[in-house]
Design a protein around this ligand. Structure first.
Ligand code: SAH
Ligand code: SF4
Ligand code: F3S
Length: 462
């Protein structure tokens, strides 16, 4: 009999993307086969995000359309996981008869059992918090990117968040902080490197808080964890690996050892995504971010001293309750002063159960929209200026695939994590997984343009 096929729709951050990879491996182990084509699937899983109201509503809009998909073939099943599943739980089953099962962010391993029950007509939701390290024991993701060997991979080092920023729903959708053992992380990275992976991105909601609770309680040795900078040094020594990144760190845990690591570790990329959220101390305080603008700018300066070419990017929120024009101008100013190479910026969205949801002082939507546009236009200029400053430099580009711009172009990322489009010279072939040495010849606000230095692709992706 044919294996049943599943498709996964993924929304949200890299943790969700990686959870979908893990879930693929779990479903594969349960006898199902992946398909990228939902019209061929017997099971559709939606891995949801709840970070802003719009992300949550995406689920409800998807579910509306899925009634038709289910009707097209009897026996089709729909599962909902991720942060909305964790937040809303079994009320999803009550509201949406088209949903067959719901699983929380700690319950990927339960999905085969939920699926069996759902196939027998028993709909269920499983959203218990699993506070043990056992939840990291999942089969290694085996997803191959289309058309090439796997060169990049995500590796979970910690999960959960204990920071409770006043605007953020993540502490309630991902639960308490828990770190994997360094041994397990190292073993996974070695296995990936042996399989040809050259770039890893370490993942955690506050990734550089890795091991902090164990270290503070003097229990790191028993727990098998260590400070984040030490973990990086261990991974840096793994043969075959070429690029190490991590996301997202929190400024509060950016200690001297981590800054030093950026100057010392050869494989650690000259790039840090360091969310700041606001440039106003008053707003930072109301956001409960536990640092001020001086501290943030101090980290940026120290990083630049350790690693002069480091590319720093960030996340920003505009229109937080009580944000005045002056507060907002301080954000514009910080973006400039920090020399942010790029940023993701969002309009504040009130989330259920968060501390900020109860604050007064809402910023009118049109004011928030105007601030967002001003911020993004300033950032575009800064990004363009940074890209322009790179023209004439050499760069090594790890290719992802054909360029979005089509033509004879391929696309990849440099060590600074910037997108580089490369014009292939006639007769050259290079595809996903290859690395190309290029000279930067052009710059737009979105990407760099590169020209291959030597004819032919480099067989060595490092
Ligand atoms: N752990 C990371 C952020 C994860 S969420 C950190 O501490 O920085 C990704 C980004 O979404 C956040 O950095 C923030 O900019 C944005 N975000 C989170 N909650 C939001 C909300 N309620 N409204 C608007 N943006 C939000
Ligand atoms: Fe959310 Fe703050 Fe935790 Fe980041 S550190 S996930 S913004 S609560
Ligand atoms: Fe969204 Fe959950 Fe990530 S809310 S941003 S998918 S941690």
């Amino acid at each position: 009999m044919d294996r049943r096929r599943f498709a996964i729709r993924t929304y949200g951050c890299q943790m969700n993307v990686h959870d979908s990879e893990k879930l693929s491996a779990v479903l594969d182990g349960a006898g199902l086969s992946p398909t990228p084509d939902e019209s061929q699937a017997d099971l559709l899983v939606i891995n949801t995000c709840s970070i802003r109201d719009k992300a949550e509503h995406q689920l409800y809009s998807d579910l509306g359309k899925l009634r038709q998909w289910k009707a097209e073939r009897p026996g089709r099943l729909v599962g909902v996981g991720g942060c909305v599943a964790q937040q809303v739980g079994d009320r999803l089953l009550g509201r949406f008869p088209q949903v067959d099962f719901v699983f929380g962010t700690h319950n990927l391993r339960r999905v085969p059992a939920l699926l069996r029950d759902a196939a027998a007509g028993r709909r269920a939701a499983w959203i218990d918090e699993d506070a043990t390290r056992g939840r990291f024991d999942l089969p290694l993701a085996r997803v191959e990117p289309a058309g090439g060997p796997r060169r990049r991979a995500f590796v979970t080092v910690m999960e959960g968040c204990d920071m409770f920023c006043s605007f953020c729903i993540v502490p309630s959708t991902r639960g308490r902080e828990i770190s994997r053992t360094a041994r397990d992380i190292e073993a996974e990275v070695r296995a990936l490197a042996d399989a040809g992976v050259v770039e890893i991105t370490l993942l955690g909601q506050t990734v550089n808080a890795y091991g902090r609770h164990d270290v503070r309680r003097g229990r790191a040795e028993d727990a098998g964890t260590m400070p984040f900078a030490e973990l990086l040094a261990r991974l840096d020594a793994i043969p075959g690996l070429e690029r190490i990144r991590y996301t997202s760190p929190h400024p509060l845990f950016f200690d001297e050892a981590l800054i030093r690591a950026h100057g010392e570790l050869e494989r650690l990329c000259p790039q840090v995504h360091l969310p700041v959220q606001s440039g106003s101390d008053r707003i930072l305080e109301a956001m409960r971010r536990r640092y001020d603008r001086r501290r943030y700018l101090g980290i940026v300066e120290a990083l630049r001293t350790a690693r002069p070419d480091v590319a720093i990017t960030s996340d920003l929120i505009v229109g937080f309750p009580g944000e005045t024009e002056e507060d907002f101008e301080q954000t514009l100013d910080l973006v400039r002063e920090a020399g942010l190479v790029d940023s993701f910026s969002f309009k504040y969205s009130a989330r259920p159960g968060t501390a900020a949801a109860g604050l007064g002082g809402e910023v009118p939507p049109e004011v928030a929209q105007d601030r967002l546009e001003r911020l993004q236009s300033q950032q575009r200029e800064q990004t363009l200026a940074y890209h322009a400053s790179r023209v004439g430099e050499r760069a090594r580009v790890l290719l992802d695939g054909a360029s979005r711009r089509g033509g004879g172009q391929v696309m990849g990322r440099d060590r600074h994590n910037r997108v580089v489009n490369v014009d292939l010279t006639p007769g050259t072939t290079a595809g996903p997984g290859d690395a190309l040495d290029v000279v930067i010849v052009g710059a737009t606000p979105h990407s760099l343009l590169g020209r291959p230095l030597a004819a032919g692709n480099s067989p060595d992706p490092r």
